[in-house]
Design a protein around this ligand. Structure first.
Ligand SMILES: Cc1ncc(COP(=O)(O)O)c(C=O)c1O
Length: 350
């Protein structure tokens, strides 16, 4: 049993939520690239979620996450990521806009110049975030530094609690069940646009990191009974329990809204072939994909997330994995601030 779009909207309306973005985001055909690639290629512009020039997928998640934080009477919002985290930057403005103090613990994959904060780190400061840069210790991996940053955050939250200050702790990427509701909602929004415009898609491509977007999309697809295949292109190497965690998130989100549908690991298509040398490391194929989309369509995808996902889409079309003439949707998840970040992250783009 699946539900109608109207019923899904009603189920989501019951959840705590603070309006943050501009919705629905545009859904447009890419005429020049459709012709060049031989597929019917569309794009959903979640880089335009708002509330400023630098939107992205986290805005949708944060509507529910900040809703929950406000509901719980939090005064501070904590979150985590890399120093150039898009998620941390969007959390900073979303918290500030709702009168909450953003506190960020950011692992320095690429160490920032303390005298010259760039891109997302600069924006974090403008939005008034309390920033804690967690430098990588000798021999420490990014994942280890992140785990250490979570512990530092937890200790900070506990010390504030002793002073009577209540905080809401948002995991990296906003990947909890509340955050995932943002992409259940996105799927419902997309289904509405498809119905209105008489469209259907065989395939959707998007970038995946924490897995929250993927989980929400899979949950939304199950809820509405859509038959599109969702290809999740990883921005980094992921561990063997990645799919299991995403399924847990998806089913947790469905349960939260009272849905009886569920998701299993077979519903996920996780493609680890396009993150290049690593997270925040430029790759040749993403560089080519970024230039192609920019030069044919005037649209920017970033070198860390959406550019690598778009490279995955191009690769599958060119290899014939996606048959010619298919209806393909690219979900643009944002990330363009990274163009103004450190050279090591963006590579040689021109
Ligand atoms: C631009 C962009 N695209 C995609 C993702 C991946 O989203 P998720 O963390 O929900 O998997 C991120 C995560 O930070 C992102 O910043």
């Amino acid at each position: 049993m699946t539900v109608s779009i109207k019923e899904a909207v009603k189920m989501l309306e019951k959840m705590p939520r603070r309006p943050l973005g501009f919705f629905p985001t545009p859904l447009c055909r890419l005429d020049a690239l459709s012709e060049e690639l031989g597929v019917n290629l569309w794009i959903k512009r979640d880089d335009f979620t708002g509330s400023n020039l630098f939107g992205g997928n986290k805005t949708r998640k944060l509507e529910f996450l900040i809703g929950k934080a406000v509901d719980e009477g939090a005064e501070c919002v904590f979150t985590y990521g890399a120093t150039q985290s898009n998620h941390a930057m969007q959390t900073a403005w979303a918290a500030a806009k709702n009168g909450l103090k953003p506190i960020l613990y950011l692992a320095a994959v690429v160490p920032p110049d303390p005298e010259d904060f760039k891109a997302n780190l600069l924006l974090d400061g403008i939005f008034g975030a309390e920033i804690h840069v967690v430098d990588l210790e000798e021999g420490e991996s990014f994942a280890d530094a992140e785990r250490r940053s979570f512990r530092m955050g937890k200790e900070h939250i506990a010390s504030l609690e002793k002073e009577g200050v209540n905080s809401y702790d948002i995991p990296m990427g906003g990947a909890n069940v509340y955050g995932s509701l943002g992409y259940v909602n996105a799927m419902v929004e997309l289904a509405g646009q498809m119905e209105e415009q008489n469209l259907r898609f065989d395939h959707m491509y998007h970038s995946t990191g924490s897995g929250g977007t993927m989980a929400g999309l899979a949950a939304g697809k199950a809820l509405l009974g859509l038959d599109m295949q969702i290809h999740s292109i990883t921005a980094m190497e992921v561990d063997e329990r990645y799919a299991e965690r995403a399924v847990k998130l998806a089913n947790g989100a469905l349960e939260l809204i009272g849905a009886s549908e569920s998701v299993s690991e077979e519903d996920l298509i996780i493609d680890q072939n396009h993150y290049g040398p690593g997270y925040e490391c430029p790759s040749e194929e993403a560089t080519e994909a970024i230039k192609l989309l920019a030069r044919r369509e005037g649209i920017l995808v970033d070198p860390v997330y959406s550019g690598k996902a778009f490279a995955g889409l191009i690769s599958d079309v060119r290899s014939g994995r996606i048959p010619a003439g298919s209806d393909v949707l690219f979900l643009h998840t944002g990330g363009s601030t990274v163009f103004f970040a450190e050279k090591e992250i963006i590579g040689d783009l021109c």
